[in-house]
Design a protein around this ligand. Structure first.
Ligand SMILES: [Zn+2]
Length: 274
């Protein structure tokens, strides 16, 4: 490893931890319709402002042994977990795009994508909603990035980049909306709200329309398997089959971004062997 690679990895980890810390703020405040920039963080129990030295990602949680300095209320383990997870995601992206010739730009762009996926996942698990703010922010970042640096989305001009995102948005929204509509006819109830189609529109803005369609396939497969296990093992009321679909879309979106082409190739080989 060269010194510059070590520097890049260090920065990627530090950047991941601090953005992860910001994502925690988003996860707590966006569902409450509060600003994510001010006021500064305070303890939800005793309201004391959290000093900068008690707000260092992961490290402060360990030093404070997971408790507020003033009132000793337990701090949710969600905070260090999200920070660590996001740092790992950025490292994974760095590794994946290492030889691309634009790895730092890719880490930034698809890091923003992953930040939207992770924030929406946790909010959907907690509140059964995916806030429009996240989808909108993602769509704007996706379009700007695809136009400014079209190579990120395998295109070669501003307009091809924009078209990539626009088609992804349209296909993501329309295809999942159609599935909801057909599901509604078959099962005679609304299988999901508009939140999920809007979320897939955001995912499509980053990964394009072909991969957005692949996301429907992967996420329904994941949802069927994981959903049944969760309901069977952990639900006391087995008739309650409501599970948030957003997390499955998010995982599928990430998988499609990094391994979508390989999966499609593999599948084509599989069926052509007959
Ligand atoms: Zn406190």
């Amino acid at each position: 490893m060269t010194p510059s690679v070590i520097l890049e990895i260090t920065l990627t980890v530090l950047f991941g931890l601090s953005i992860g810390s910001f994502l925690n703020v988003c996860i707590c405040r966006i569902p409450e319709e509060l600003s994510v920039v001010k006021p500064p963080s305070n303890c939800p129990k005793c309201n004391n402002e959290i000093a900068w030295y008690d707000n260092i990602p992961v490290l402060s949680y360990i030093l404070l042994r997971g408790k507020c300095r003033h009132c000793s209320t337990k701090i949710s383990v969600q905070y260090p977990l999200i920070e660590l997870l996001f740092a790992v995601i950025l490292l994974h992206l760095y590794y994946h795009y290492f030889d691309s010739g634009y790895r730092l730009i890719a880490v930034t762009y698809f890091g923003a994508f992953s930040a939207c996926l992770l924030t929406a996942t946790v909010i959907d698990l907690k509140h059964y909603i995916i806030p429009d703010e996240i989808n909108l922010a993602g769509i704007i970042i996706a379009c700007i990035g695809a136009m400014v640096y079209p190579r990120l989305v395998n295109e070669d001009s501003i307009w091809a980049g924009l078209l990539h995102s626009a088609l992804g948005i349209g296909a993501g929204f329309a295809s999942l909306r159609l599935v909801v509509y057909i599901g509604g006819i078959i099962f005679r109830r609304e299988a999901m709200g508009l939140g999920d189609p809007k979320f897939l529109a955001m995912i499509g803005a980053f990964i394009g329309f072909k991969m957005a369609l692949l996301v429907i396939f992967i996420s329904s497969l994941l949802g069927a398997v994981v959903g049944s296990i969760v309901i069977y093992l952990f639900r006391s009321d087995k008739s309650n089959t409501v599970i948030p679909y957003g997390p499955f879309l998010a995982v599928a979106g990430y998988v499609a971004l990094l391994y979508g082409n390989d999966l499609v190739q593999w599948y084509i080989r599989l069926i052509s062997f007959e």
